[in-house]
Design a protein around this ligand. Structure first.
Ligand code: G4P
Length: 531
């Protein structure tokens, strides 16, 4: 079927999956691919087993990165939609890239382990989604295992994440007593069966809630009674469904199921694609840009170096924000003014890369980076003059002082560390008022320290010593009249600045942040910095 450009854009759904490691993100992704016909059997999505290995050397890191990259953007078709699924790497690979990926998504799927509730990594990622006000859809997974009380789970999401919940379906029991889900829209019970394992086929039984005799027979009198009273409670107490609130990121629709047992996944996918937004206007310095406009535009949300050791290549990942990308057309890199065709545009499908000749707003493409591109950069038509809002810099949580072993290699060191910082894997700072003699490096995930050390040695022939610092909290000075030297600090506070000279404060204890705010009237501190 041939679609017009506008239809192509309108059928795009670009989303990221967020979860704490082990909640079932990989399994759920695999089931999505299975339903879309992208893969034929479960177990085809690679990466999980390898990603779990402790990372001890660069080869492993690279292997892991390779995997997280090939599986980092997947495209598939389902129900007439073209779905772009962005993976957010977790485990030790957790980095600023994980946050940045969320900047490229139009909505998010939050996977929660029903026996654990909201966990730390989900909380961190959720914060970024909330900052962008994108719709968030919740899948409570592993209902075939003993789960927490359903009302408690919803309460946990509301209290922990500050978002209202609206259950779209309701589980009947969990673990060994898991019997299915009640569909609130259709008012029927979808009976649980694990016979559909690994396939799309299988028997699916739905029983209307009104058929109480039949339900009592299959569920058991007690389970039915419990379900009926829970439905009453729910209808009385839960937030009513409101699509506008969902799309504004204020209400999260909640679904229950078991990704492993293939249960509840298809329903989730169906509803999710119906409720999630197609590409929406993105903000530029000249106002919002209409995704349906004819002219192509995109921004870089991630740069991956050395994806292929043989080529020492750098790939920039572009999120297309408007129009159609055509490989034959020349486009402008707004930051350098350079007009050219993008080199080797690729799209990633399951674990394959393929060269693309066209793509639409909502899609992600990877292009060869000649070393010119930076995170947040804009691509547009040669005559266009706008730039997209930059991607914020996220607060690193681990800090180390970086020293060179051989001080004669000063230039290489500064060049190396600056280039690696430009890719966005690390952030570098210096002591307030000092030069580059002593650099403080901040990372979101500690693995990045190993990557830095290895890459400086391997690519720039520079050896470094990293001395980890006890700071865990960083704040940009968003507003302060006068000299930062005059900020009254705490004993665990350190003043630093980024390479542009913007002042920052480091703290060991989180409560010191509030103390410093209390002590300095008019001071405003920020956790993210808009670039
Ligand atoms: P992640 O990507 O979020 O880190 O999680 P992943 O899907 O890899 O799932 C983590 C573990 O939880 C896996 O088991 C997976 O099989 C299991 N799992 C996922 N969904 C469900 C579910 O709905 N029910 C149950 N019972 N288990 C689920 P593993 O033993 O760590 O790995 P594997 O040996 O099965 O691959």
């Amino acid at each position: 079927m041939a679609y017009s450009m506008k239809e192509e854009i309108a059928r795009r759904r670009t989303f990221a999956i967020i979860s704490h490691p082990d909640a079932g993100k990989t399994t759920l992704t695999e089931k999505f691919l299975l339903y879309s016909g992208t893969i034929n059997t479960a177990g085809s999505v690679k990466g999980k087993a390898t990603a779990k290995h402790a990372v001890s050397d660069w080869m492993e890191i690279e292997k892991q990165r390779g995997i997280s990259v090939t599986s980092s953007v997947l495209q598939f078709e389902y129900d007439g939609c073209v779905v772009n699924l962005l993976d957010t790497p977790g485990h030790q690979d957790f980095s600023e890239d994980t946050y940045r990926t969320l900047m490229a998504a139009d909505s998010a799927v939050m996977v929660i382990d029903g026996s654990k509730g909201v966990e730390p990594q989900t909380r961190k990622l959720f914060k970024v989604c909330a900052m962008r006000h994108i719709p968030i859809f919740t899948f409570i997974n592993k209902m075939d295992r003993d789960a927490l009380d359903t009302f408690d789970l919803l309460d946990d999401i509301e209290k922990n994440l500050g978002v209202a919940t609206c259950p779209m379906n309701w589980p009947i029991g969990s673990g060994k007593r898991f019997q299915g889900i009640y569909d609130r829209e259709l008012e029927d019970v979808l009976m649980y069966s694990d016979t559909r394992k690994g396939t799309k086929e299988g028997h699916e039984e739905r029983i209307p809630l009104s058929e109480t005799a039949r339900l009592g027979e299959v569920l058991g009198g007690e389970a039915l009674k419990k379900l009926q009273s829970e439905i009453d409670l729910l209808d009385g107490a839960s937030e009513p469904f409101d699509l506008d609130e969902v799309q504004a990121g204020m209400l999260t629709p909640v679904f229950f199921g078991s990704a492993l047992q293939n249960f509840g996944v298809e329903i989730f996918l169906h509803h999710f694609l119906r409720m999630a937004l197609p590409p929406t206007p993105r903000v530029s310095d000249q106002g919002p840009v209409d995704p349906y406009a004819e002219d192509f535009s995109a921004f870089v949300f991630k740069i991956q170096a050395n994806m292929n050791k043989a080529h020492r290549d750098r790939i920039a990942f572009l999120r297309i924000c408007s129009g159609k990308y055509d490989a034959a057309q020349e486009v402008k890199h707004a930051q350098s003014g350079r007009v050219a065709r993008l080199s080797q545009p690729q799209q990633l499908m399951a674990d394959d890369r393929k060269v693309v000749s066209e793509a639409y707003a909502g899609d992600i493409i990877g292009v060869f980076d000649p070393g010119l591109y930076g995170i947040g950069d804009t691509f547009c038509m040669p005559k266009a003059t706008f730039r997209y809002e930059g991607i914020p810099t996220f607060a690193p949580e681990h800090f180390a002082r970086v020293r060179q072993v051989d001080t004669m290699k000063r230039d290489q060191f500064v060049k190396g560390i600056s280039q690696i910082a430009q890719e966005g894997a690390i952030q570098i700072f210096r002591e307030s008022g000092m030069g580059m003699e002593e650099i403080i490096c901040g990372v979101v995930g500690v693995l990045q320290f190993d990557v830095l050390k290895f890459r400086l040695k391997n690519e720039y022939n520079v050896e470094i010593i990293l001395e980890q610092l006890p700071y865990e909290h960083i704040r940009w000075v968003a507003k302060w009249d006068g000299d930062v030297k005059n900020i009254v600090g705490t004993s665990d506070m350190k003043r630093i600045e980024d390479l542009k000279g913007n002042p920052l404060l480091l703290f060991i204890n989180e409560w010191s942040v509030q103390m410093v705010l209390d002590r300095n009237k008019g001071l405003e501190l920020a956790e993210f910095r808009k670039n």
